[in-house]
Write a protein that binds this ligand. Sequence first.
Ligand SMILES: Cc1cc2nc3c(=O)[nH]c(=O)nc-3n(C[C@H](O)[C@H](O)[C@H](O)COP(=O)(O)OP(=O)(O)OC[C@H]3O[C@@H](n4cnc5c(N)ncnc54)[C@H](O)[C@@H]3O)c2cc1C
Length: 469
Amino acid sequence: MNKNPIHVIGGGLAGSEAAWQAAEAGVPVVLHEMRPVRGTDAHKTDGLAELVCSNSFRSDDAQTNAVGLLHAEMRLAGSLIMSAGDAHQVPAGGALAVDRDGFSEAVTNKLEAHPLITIQREEVPGLPPADWDQAIIATGPLTAPGLAQSIAEVTGADALAFFDAIAPIVHFDTIDMDICWFQSRYDKVGPGGTGKDYINCPMDKEQYLAFVGALLEGQKTEFKQWEGTPYFDGCLPIEIMAERGVETLRHGPMKPMGLTNAHNPSVKAYAVVQLRQDNALGTLYNMVGFQTKLKHAEQVRVFRTIPGLEDAEFARLGGLHRNTYINSPTLLDHSLQLKSRPGLRFAGQITGCEGYVESAAIGLLAGRFAAAERLGHAPALPPITTAFGALLNHITGGHIVSDDEPGKRSFQPMNVNFGLFPPVEAPKSEGKRLRGKDKTVAKRRAVTSRALADCREWLGLPSRAEAAE
Ligand SMILES: Cc1cc2nc3c(=O)[nH]c(=O)nc-3n(C[C@H](O)[C@H](O)[C@H](O)COP(=O)(O)OP(=O)(O)OC[C@H]3O[C@@H](n4cnc5c(N)ncnc54)[C@H](O)[C@@H]3O)c2cc1C
């Protein structure tokens, strides 16, 4: 075996997990963390895996919640982040919340004590040198400027973003297609299109004016002082567009031109909200041009007033944040490796996932993939039916890259959610079809039990039945 270590840059959620997984596989690791030599705008300590804001890993329900499922899969895979989280949990109902200091200290102690891990407190100022033949960049949303600039040079400036501009994403099966219809503007087919690529939600004048009023009145989140105000043309939040005049949205993302309501062809809509397919599975649709700083609860309230979205369930809500991340679907291969530089992987939030748990999960995969290569094996990819595989697929291939909005980046960060999994048939109860909430819960249970069985198989673990024998 090549005895060179794997270099992990960044000792946050992803880098800590990546280092642990690689070392547990028997491969030496050097973990480079710049704190306390250099800080970030959000970190306050020099601990590894510091939680910069909330202390919650969100729901721990592995049967009906996608992030709870990811917890369970990470536990099966021997996750350091999950074992430290479990050991330092504090009461939080169905969520897994942790004592942030105890958690970070536990991660730091475990990594420091591992015989195969060396921790170097230093900033890595640019891309890893050529003799670091296996390296993982896990420097997060606040990557130090020198390294960020080097990443932009190797990926192309357009491929590295410093802010996200997130439009909400809706689960397709919660859109009322008796009100909405499929049609591209002017029936334009476009590359790879069919002329029916968008879902359209029609509004009359009264509905439009009420909607604009709700946007103006809705509560917004503020930028943090260090974030600045990253508004640029082509990417304004909808509420800022609404502030510019009552007609602005109707001439922008909500313009009704070139669209005929299939359910009511003789009546021209006054305004139209469009949703575009977001993933290859066709389970998720994003609200075109609807990036917003409205508070999450306000988004749900206001967007459910849109005709056809009254019962919409959101896989992701909108936002604008400072966030360093790369255009992973075009840059990375399926094992998180930069296509233009084999041996260099990315992990964590910088790949375009969102959240502590998701960042750690992608770190877990990157650590395993790099270790496998170091040991002379091809990385074994998790099946797309698992939470690991569904999230990895969003980052490296599942998202449909759209180029019909010049200047905008269609790939935006995302939490794990059920829309990323291949759908299942809703199970029946006593031979009868389920409806409403019962149907949703039954489908989720079917997805999670399939995921856990497939995850066990991927990890080479006995099935639950075998383990119980
Ligand atoms: C302000 C803010 C608040 C957030 N709040 C939440 C929240 O409440 N809940 C949630 O789930 N997610 C939250 N996130 C999103 C995300 O989950 C976290 O940022 C998460 O920590 C990302 O994990 P990571 O490992 O990718 O990056 P990080 O945990 O940030 O780790 C990156 C590490 O790399 C180090 N580093 C950076 N550049 C270099 C370099 N050149 N050389 C060496 N080391 C370097 C940093 O010091 C840091 O320790 C928040 C993000 C931000 C920015």
